[in-house]
Design a protein around this ligand. Structure first.
Ligand SMILES: C[S@@+](CC[C@H](N)C(=O)[O-])C[C@H]1O[C@@H](n2cnc3c(N)ncnc32)[C@H](O)[C@@H]1O
Length: 248
């Protein structure tokens, strides 16, 4: 597949954004965790921990992690929640979940976290069936972000929370420029040299270009029906965590 094609053209060639994203993550599943650590300069576990604390399930509750990938956010939620809590981790890419399964077995968490193939834009769960929902670095990959937040609202019980962790657009001028240099130029280079995955790590910055800024993401969540929506920038706005509540 030519790197010269625009993302839209690449999606078209593959039959749409979803199959493109699934294939892409299928190819990098084996190196995903290592590349995350390297490219975030070791910050990504801290970001997930902060998101997990906003979800903080109470004893006996069940949460949903959309685009669970290799299960790092689900693990962080379990570690920052009460006893007897459970997570369902859903993802469209089986290869990512396979890496996650092995990790859960190594950590003895397979009874607390169930991983299954599933689509965040068409969640295979009944209405009001989970106590809270979260995602990390997933929403940017959805074909229709509003549809994703509506589906989350449908499956979360009234009073339950949604927590969305995503790469953002740093608001400060100097920091923003440095971030764009790193994210658009250096990060794809890392991916190409270390991960031998130019196409995949070139998608990363391009997927942010069309992703709305934090205030607009808040509006999209409100339009979907989430209330009391707030967002928090971490590390100068490298990432943003959006939190909302389902009206009672
Ligand atoms: C950047 S990875 C994030 C993985 C994990 N949440 C983390 O924190 O490392 C994005 C994940 O979202 C998944 N994904 C993309 N679109 C999806 C969709 N419509 N439904 C479910 N998962 C999706 C991809 O397969 C991939 O595993």
């Amino acid at each position: 597949m030519s790197a010269k094609l625009s993302l839209e053209e690449k999606f078209k060639e593959t039959g749409g954004k979803k199959p493109y994203v699934r294939r892409l993550f299928g190819r990098i599943a084996g190196i995903y965790d290592l590349m995350n650590r390297l490219m975030s300069l070791g910050l990504d576990p801290y970001w997930r921990k902060r998101a997990a604390r906003y979800l903080a399930l109470a004893t006996g509750e069940t949460g949903l992690d959309l685009g669970a990938g290799t299960a790092d956010l689900s693990i962080s939620v379990i570690r920052n929640s009460g006893s007897d809590t459970h997570m369902i981790g859903m993802d469209i890419t089986p290869e990512m979940l396979e890496v996650g399964e092995k990790k859960l077995r190594r950590m003895g968490l397979q009874d607390r976290i169930e991983l299954r193939v599933g689509d965040a834009e068409n969640i295979d769960l009944p209405d009001n069936s989970v106590d809270g929902c979260c995602s990390a670095f997933t929403v940017r990959n959805l074909t229709n972000i509003g549809r994703g937040f509506s589906e989350m609202l449908r499956v979360v019980r009234p009073g339950g929370r949604v927590v969305c962790l995503e790469i953002s657009h740093p608001p400060g001028k100097i920091f923003g420029t440095l971030f764009y240099l790193y994210f658009y130029k250096l990060a794809p280079l890392f991916g190409t040299i270390l991960g031998k995955a130019f196409e995949e790590y070139n998608y990363l910055p391009n997927s942010l270009t069309t992703f709305p800024k934090a205030p607009r993401v808040k509006e999209i969540m409100e339009e979907a029906g989430w209330s009391d929506v707030r967002y928090y920038y971490l590390n100068g706005g490298l990432v943003a965590i959006h939190v909302g509540t389902k009206p009672e």
